[in-house]
Design a protein around this ligand. Structure first.
Ligand code: HEC
Ligand code: HEC
Ligand code: HEC
Ligand code: HEC
Length: 467
């Protein structure tokens, strides 16, 4: 972001276009966020369809890209940065998502799957690698090869494009006009997991992975930090859009990731492949390891020789419930156990067990959304994450991967807040934990567990020891 005085120079350089700019009122609004707006957004974030299923015409990326709107070369932060398009076009992987479907890797995946069209025309690939609303909702300037475009996350612009630049617009009004609620923790978690884990309209099946697609391992906070930033959550963002908490987005991302897995398992057709269930919802290494590995460990109460449900997200939710809503933790754990027992070991009705847990997750959405996820809660989450690992629960790579993606930033945050006695001593220990995750085929749970033991011993508050 450039300083204010530099902004003045830039505005001078733009003088020729300024009248049009002022007339269109293109400067974003500064109307403040109110608690009643929050109630509307909460409802909207839960019910709003994903952008490709939303009503309204998609106008195309060029509509956003003018240099006075979102296509400036430099950021000139009055309210928004104005170089969003430039950042996206130059740096954001979502721009390349469609082009990926033209690579030899995609050609090979499509051939192995026996698709009737090439990958870049196949709905089962375009659903995630492009923004592909129905043909009749594509405006004249809509271009499919733009990949995951602005409207792919912010929703079809027809109904909000005019209002979002009007001088009396508020964020709440834009949302009412159909702007997708990326600013809401529930809205963002649902949006990102809909492609990065999957949903009812898109899924990387075991067949697609078998044909060569990478496994999807996703954590919304980590990925949001990796996405080249085209927005800044700063004081004016909070003033216009309300509170923001990275912990809340993380927790809800875990919830919607877990829910997507469970719904896939429960689905009468998507959840089946011949005699088998959809294997992508299980722990990959339950099957993909040598027979001589002798790696079974008594976990989940389902006995040896059984395929385990991928519980990476569920383990994070266990830590979250134990730390943040302890009154729900025991019921949550029992229902997770019920799913493992029914799905993997035939103890009980799998559909009933899945439905019970999905209903619990649905009920947890507003509960988690209302939590502060303040420093004390996040510290409690960290302790639970480490304790769960030390009790041997991260025996599967998917759980360990999620745990690391949570523990590392939590420790960094505590260090930044001056809440750790010896932050320098922790970095090599974190690096050691990370090394144990370097290759998923060579993952050994006991090494990750040992790394967590070492970490636990070194996490000290300035006042004393914990762990
Ligand atoms: C419409 C589907 C879709 C949505 C919605 C979506 N993504 Fe993506 N994302 C993709 C695809 C597909 C790729 C891979 C692009 C490629 O390289 O071909 C990707 C790539 C990424 C990458 C780069 C990953 C890497 O390995 O470098 C990040 C980071 C990312 N997404 C973050 C996010 C975040 C954060 C959100 C929510 C705000 C989000 N994505 C929403 C489909 C989506
Ligand atoms: C559920 C959403 C989803 C579907 C469906 C999907 N993909 Fe992907 N794909 C992704 C995401 C997300 C990534 C990026 C993974 C990451 O970096 O975490 C990706 C990555 C890839 C990559 C690797 C890109 C790279 O640069 O490493 C290829 C190739 C690919 N997809 C091809 C396909 C093809 C071909 C299809 C259709 C058969 C398809 N995908 C269907 C979400 C999806
Ligand atoms: C992968 C999803 C994704 C894509 C693609 C995307 N955005 Fe965003 N955008 C977000 C998220 C998440 C936020 C932060 C939450 C918010 O402010 O709503 C955001 C915020 C913004 C903001 C608000 C900044 C503020 O301070 O209020 C603007 C403006 C914006 N994006 C414009 C664009 C434009 C223009 C494009 C296309 C060039 C684009 N975005 C593409 C996800 C995306
Ligand atoms: C229930 C057992 C099982 C689970 C769980 C499972 N797979 Fe598989 N996988 C198989 C079988 C069986 C094959 C087919 C092997 C063959 O064709 O020889 C296979 C094939 C594959 C292949 C193709 C390998 C090749 O040599 O062509 C990939 C890649 C793959 N699986 C990835 C995954 C990923 C990623 C996961 C987890 C998300 C996973 N699998 C979960 C049993 C499983």
């Amino acid at each position: 972001m450039i300083p204010r005085d530099a902004l003045a120079i830039l505005l001078l350089a733009m003088a020729p276009v300024l009248p049009a700019f002022a007339a269109s009122g293109a400067s974003s609004t500064t109307v403040a966020w109110t608690p009643s707006d929050d109630a509307i957004r909460a409802e909207n974030a839960l019910r709003q369809p994903m952008p490709d299923r939303a009503s309204g015409t998609s106008l195309g990326t060029v509509t956003c890209a003018s240099s006075t709107c979102h296509g400036s070369v430099l950021a000139w932060d009055d309210v928004v940065l104005h170089n969003e398009y430039t950042t996206w076009a130059r740096l954001d992987r979502h721009t390349r998502a469609y082009a990926t479907l033209l690579t030899p890797a995609s050609v090979s995946i499509a051939r192995k799957l026996g698709l009737s069209t090439p990958a870049h025309e196949a709905p089962e690939c375009l659903a995630c690698h492009a923004y592909a609303p129905p043909a009749e909702q594509r405006g004249e300037r809509f271009v499919l090869s733009d990949g995951i475009s602005c409207e792919g996350c912010h929703g079809p612009a027809e109904r909000w494009v005019a209002s979002h630049t009007s001088s009396d617009a508020s964020h709440a009004k834009n949302l009412a006009n159909g702007l997708y609620p990326t600013s809401d923790p529930v809205g963002q978690a649902r949006l990102c997991t809909s492609c990065h884990v999957g949903d009812g309209d898109r899924w990387v099946t075991h067949r697609i992975m078998g044909a060569g697609h990478p496994r999807l391992g996703f954590e919304v906070g980590t990925f949001a930090a990796l996405q080249p930033p085209h927005y800044a959550i700063d004081a004016d963002w909070r003033q216009r859009k309300g509170d923001f908490s990275a912990g809340r987005v993380w927790a809800l991302g875990q919830l919607f990731g877990a829910k997507a897995m469970l719904e896939t398992l429960a689905h009468p057709t998507r959840g089946r492949d011949g005699l088998f269930p959809e294997l992508s919802a299980f722990d990959c290494h339950a099957c993909h390891k040598p027979m001589s590995a002798n790696r079974w460990s008594p976990r989940l109460g389902i006995g040896p020789g059984r395929v385990r449900v991928n519980d990476g997200h569920l383990l994070m939710l266990r830590a979250i419930t134990e730390a943040v809503v302890p009154d729900q933790a025991a019921a949550f754990r029992n229902e997770v156990r019920g799913v493992h027992a029914a799905v993997s070991a035939g103890q009980g009705d799998p559909q009933a067990a899945l439905r019970r847990l999905i209903a619990r997750l649905d009920a947890l959405v507003p509960v988690l959304r209302a939590q502060a996820f303040d420093a004390a809660q996040m510290r409690a989450v960290l302790q639970r994450l480490i304790a769960i690992g030390r009790s041997g629960e991260y025996s599967d790579y998917a759980g360990a991967e999620q745990a690391y993606m949570a523990i590392a930033p939590l420790l960094e945050q505590l260090a930044a807040d001056g809440q750790l006695a010896d932050a320098a001593a922790l970095r090599p220990l974190l690096a050691r934990a990370r090394e144990t995750l370097a290759g998923e085929d060579t993952y050994r749970a006991e090494r990750f567990r040992a790394a967590l033991d070492a970490l636990a011993g070194a996490v000290r508050t300035p006042a004393g020891t914990e762990g």
